[in-house]
Design a protein around this ligand. Structure first.
Ligand code: SF4
Ligand code: SF4
Length: 165
């Protein structure tokens, strides 16, 4: 019985259609299923360029440049583990069902996010090096002047007592 099965399989392989195709002359569309992990997709409108996905990726397929406003992925390095999609705090990463197409050019895909310009530190700016605006002098009433003078006198007396000790 076993020999009969083996013979049948051998004959089928010898005279049947091959399971493979002569790529790239002949191409068959790649199969994809609803929950298949084909490639990583990033929604740049939601992405905050925090870099969590880059740190979570076990093969270093993702690169985040916060200053330059770019998010890049090397689809041909990615092993579709989906770790990045789980770590993203903004849930802007997802796994698309289709696989990256076959290629001889291992290009990296880079997505851009507009970076907000920081306000220039010049006249009127409140940067670290900018001069503080002069404090406006408040006009005190005679009663307030007397309270301030009394407080100053008390402070001076306290300091004098401390100096004597
Ligand atoms: S973890 Fe999410 S929000 Fe952060 S850089 Fe990656 S894709 Fe953007
Ligand atoms: S799916 Fe896995 S391997 Fe691919 S980019 Fe995300 S963390 Fe890296």
């Amino acid at each position: 019985m076993g020999n009969f099965k083996l013979g049948k399989m051998t004959l089928r392989s010898l005279f049947g259609k091959p399971a493979t195709v002569q790529y790239p002359a002949e191409q068959v569309p790649a199969m994809s299923y609803e929950h298949m992990r084909g490639h990583v997709e990033c929604d740049m409108d939601t992405c905050i360029l925090c870099g969590m996905c880059q740190r979570a990726c076990p093969v270093g397929a993702i690169a985040v440049d916060r200053k330059g406003g770019t998010w890049s992925i090397d689809q041909y390095r990615c092993i579709q583990c989906a770790s990045c999609t789980r770590e993203c705090p903004k849930s802007c990463l997802s796994m698309g069902a289709s696989c990256a197409p076959a290629t001889t050019d291992l290009a990296v895909t880079t997505l851009h996010k507009p970076v907000e310009e920081k306000p220039a530190t010049g006249e009127g700016a409140s940067g670290a090096g900018a001069e503080k605006p002069a404090r406006k002098k408040v006009q005190l009433t005679p009663e307030q002047e007397a309270r301030v003078a009394a407080a100053r006198a008390r402070k001076a007396a306290k300091e004098a007592t401390r100096a004597d000790v």
